[in-house]
Ligand binder design. Structure first.
Ligand SMILES: *[C@@H]1O[C@H](CO)[C@@H](O)[C@H](O)[C@H]1NC(C)=O
Ligand SMILES: *[C@@H]1O[C@H](CO)[C@@H](O)[C@H](O)[C@H]1NC(C)=O
Length: 327
């Protein structure tokens, strides 16, 4: 009798545990300590690429390999829209090898690729990209929804921005989005913002870098993402985030905030580009390139240095900041 009661109670507890999600959960954290003797961390950032090498994807990949070698990069920051046009059909979709493994073949790129999903990834089997099956196929692939990479001098806070964008829910047109594990939207977004805010508050890193697929500020085709301006940007400013890195617009951009230290960086030039649109906004446009390319970052305890490259590996724009200058 007692055992039966206990079993019944346990059953009730299990049901409760399943249906009530925890009020808060920490973002998953990955440790990536520096390996260079001077403690510096070097990375490349790229986005919007998976087209089986076409639209200059292979040229960008080749130059990433060369710059990656020169800089001895620690990892790649992959800002989403990994597989066009509709993500992966499942874990056995050959696009994974054809657009990723067989394209980014340089030795210097055999490092972790910390990856988030873009809106096109959500149009396929979004869970497939998060699956350990892909990690077994190519150990570089580290794809999660929202998470933190701690590289000591810098912490990278990856944010899943696609669910923020209302039109994907309200006017999906002919596209379907894989909202498994996301819906309902409001709860999901509230939790992401709460967890991000908590992680930023705890961070003791010199450089706080937030990474999302969608731009907060962009002068190209898609422009600003209003949901992120309203909901994400205040958290970045309140926590003195240094850099926000995104893709989504197929170009390279650097925009400086006029009322905070925040720098907005778009590195969405991984393949198809040349949209031919430039609509200025009220923040300061430091650099804009409508073609393909990628970005590098070098971070030390006192300095951050970034550069943008084209398909020939030419440096198109570079920029640096010393933390000591603030104090
Ligand atoms: C590839 O890059 C070159 C150099 O920027 C450019 O002229 C060409 O149009 C690009 N090709 C495509 C398909 O975008
Ligand atoms: C949606 O699909 C229909 C039927 O295939 C097509 O006629 C229409 O142009 C599509 N709409 C958009 C926005 O792509």
């Amino acid at each position: 009798m007692a055992a039966l009661k206990k079993a019944a109670l346990l059953a009730v507890f299990l049901v409760v545990a399943v249906v009530v999600p925890p009020a808060t959960a920490e973002l998953p954290r990955l440790e990536h300590p520096p390996t260079k003797a001077d403690g510096s961390v070097t990375v490349l950032a790229v986005g919007d690429w998976g087209r089986r090498g076409q639209f200059n994807q292979s040229l960008v990949a080749k130059q990433m390999g060369i710059i990656g070698e020169k800089m001895d990069i620690d990892f790649v920051v992959n800002v989403g829209d990994n597989f066009y046009k509709n993500g992966l059909t499942g874990v056995d979709d050959k696009a994974f090898e054809e657009s990723f493994t067989n394209i980014y073949t340089a030795k210097s790129l055999q490092k972790p690729w910390y990856t988030i999903l873009g809106n096109h990834d959500y149009r396929g089997d979004a869970l497939a990209q998060l699956s350990p099956v892909l990690r077994n196929l190519d150990s570089r692939w580290i794809c999660m929804k929202s998470f933190v990479v701690n590289a000591e001098v810098a912490e990278f806070f990856f944010v899943d921005t696609t669910p923020f964008v209302l039109k994907y829910w309200n006017e999906p047109k002919n596209d379907t989005y894989d909202w498994r594990g996301v819906a309902p939207r409001e709860t999901y977004i509230a939790n992401v913002l709460k967890d991000l805010n908590a992680a930023l508050k705890q961070s003791k890193a010199t450089w706080k870098i937030v990474v999302g697929h969608h731009a907060i500020r962009s002068v190209s085709e898609h422009g600003d993402t209003q949901e992120l301006v309203r909901q994400l940007l205040p958290i970045l400013k309140a926590n003195e985030v240094d850099l926000y890195i995104n893709g989504h617009d197929h170009c390279l951009e650097h925009i400086s905030s006029r009322d905070s230290p925040l720098q907005y960086l778009t590195s969405g030039g991984g393949s198809k580009a040349w949209r031919g649109i430039l609509t200025p906004n009220t923040d300061k446009l430091e650099f804009f390139y409508d073609g393909q390319g990628f970005m590098s970052l070098r971070l030390t305890n006192t300095e951050a240095h970034l550069a943008f490259y084209d398909v020939d590996g030419n440096v198109l724009h570079s920029w640096g900041l010393s933390k000591g200058a603030y104090y």
